[in-house]
Design a protein around this ligand. Structure first.
Ligand SMILES: *[C@@H]1O[C@H](CO)[C@@H](O)[C@H](O)[C@H]1NC(C)=O
Ligand SMILES: *[C@@H]1O[C@H](CO)[C@@H](O)[C@H](O)[C@H]1NC(C)=O
Ligand SMILES: *[C@@H]1O[C@H](CO)[C@@H](O)[C@H](O)[C@H]1NC(C)=O
Length: 393
């Protein structure tokens, strides 16, 4: 479902409306929805009417209060790079050096860029100093969800939320996922510029997560799912594998993953694989030591498992980094275009292997995936369609 201008399908109540509509559409055919006075709800699948509905149609008060059109608002910095992708040479198929574009004294957005980096540093300091939430937030949510504000208060990094750190709309945001880092041509940490070392390349200090917004979408019955495509536990030089890292940072904010599907094609001895899995993940960790199959609907396509087993009330995070552009492009494109997958996936991390000059020597043949500009368009499109897409280093 295209979420622009449509009620947010991540909004729980809209999800219910969508399920109601499956019941009500046949009823409309019988004219029964009319009788029940529910024509507006029955027509929820009709995009044209959705627009009218959000503008002027009367709704029962409880629904009117909760409906909210999905909206993604890129920050001015993100908009600048997207709008000027062509003149900044981001579509150059032989590659583009991204550091001189982002860190550039004469750039018209240089002041904003420097401000943003200061704010990003303040954000990282706040995350590092955050007192971990000791328990799974879901256990504190009442069955009717009425205390969600109270429960989620604990996840705030700043009394004013992220806007207290990123003043003046410094970050991009969506009505579902809240704040997220602006998409930049760099596609990772700026630390790599001028200091090309593994720890800088792999730094995750550019990622912004809005755990308060994530918390507010949780329900007591929400299942939390992390799908890791390209799960090599010996991942680069980082101490933790991505699955372990993601688990740690979310867990610090009270979000515990109870389903982890880790796909890895490189044959790994089970004892080596499990040696790196922390005990706290043993009940949720599924180690699938096989490659993924990008064919839509295939058993070994992780999206098949996600769509068949989880629903819109669940919180689903997908990471894609399989160093094989021919496969990862198909999967990213599937997410971008398949409404059933878009509805269920909440967060997407992607290392997109494109023609970024700084990384070409490391990536070698795996960079044959397109240009930096095309990658920004892809990630921005996925955000517009309701999934919080982040670059993965
Ligand atoms: C693309 O970049 C190369 C250098 O990497 C440069 O020589 C070439 O002129 C650029 N192409 C265009 C169309 O700007
Ligand atoms: C720095 O920004 C200016 C203004 O946008 C641009 O003309 C110049 O090419 C940029 N420098 C580099 C090295 O990209
Ligand atoms: C370069 O990065 C490394 C971390 O990889 C850091 O220890 C070092 O201080 C940095 N050097 C400079 C000149 O910033």
């Amino acid at each position: 479902m295209e979420r622009v201008g449509a009620p947010a399908s991540h909004n729980l109540n809209t999800r219910y409306l969508v399920s109601f509509s499956f019941i009500l559409i046949p009823m409309t055919i019988l004219g029964m929805a009319e009788i029940l006075g529910l024509t507006q709800i029955a027509s929820v699948m009709n995009k044209q009417q959705q627009k009218q509905w959000s503008n002027d149609a009367p709704l029962p008060a409880s629904m009117a209060e909760k409906k909210q059109p999905y909206n993604y608002d890129p920050s001015p910095l993100e908009r600048y790079f997207l709008d000027n992708a062509k003149s900044l040479d981001l579509y150059n198929t032989s590659g583009v050096a991204t550091c001189p574009i982002v860190i550039n004294d004469t750039s018209p957005v240089n002041t904003e860029m420097l401000h943003y980096f200061d704010q990003l540093q303040a954000y990282n300091t706040a995350v590092n100093h955050f007192q971990p939430i000791p328990s799974d937030l879901r256990t504190q949510i009442l069955p009717d969800g009425s205390n969600i504000e109270e429960v989620c208060e604990a996840t705030k990094l700043h009394p004013q939320g992220l806007s207290g750190i990123f003043v003046n709309n410094g970050i991009s945001s969506s009505s579902d996922a809240g704040g997220m880092e602006p998409l930049l041509p760099m596609m990772r940490s700026t630390k790599m510029c001028g200091n090309y070392t593994k720890p800088n390349l792999m730094s995750l200090d550019y990622l912004i997560h809005d755990f308060h917004s994530i918390c507010k979408r949780l329900r007591r019955h929400t299942r939390t799912v992390f799908v890791d495509m390209g799960a090599s536990l010996a991942f680069h030089n980082r101490l933790d594998s991505p699955a372990v890292y993601i688990n740690k940072i979310y867990r610090k904010f009270g979000i515990h993953f109870d389903h982890i599907y880790a796909y890895e094609i490189t044959p790994t001895k089970p004892e080596d694989a499990y040696a790196k899995v922390p005990e706290e993940l043993m009940s949720s960790f599924h180690w699938i030591n096989l490659g993924v199959d990008p064919t839509p609907g295939a058993k070994m396509n992780p999206f098949t498992t996600v769509v068949k087993n989880f629903n819109e009330d669940d919180f689903v995070v997908v990471k894609l980094d399989i160093d094989t552009p021919a496969i990862e492009h198909v999967l990213a494109d599937q997410l971008r275009t398949d409404d059933d997958i878009l509805k269920i996936v909440d967060v997407f991390y992607y290392e997109h292997h494109v023609m970024q000059t700084e990384l070409l020597a490391d990536w070698k043949a795996s960079a044959r995936g397109g240009t930096v500009g095309e990658s920004l368009d892809l990630m921005s499109d996925i955000r517009q369609k309701g999934v919080a897409a982040h670059y993965w280093p």
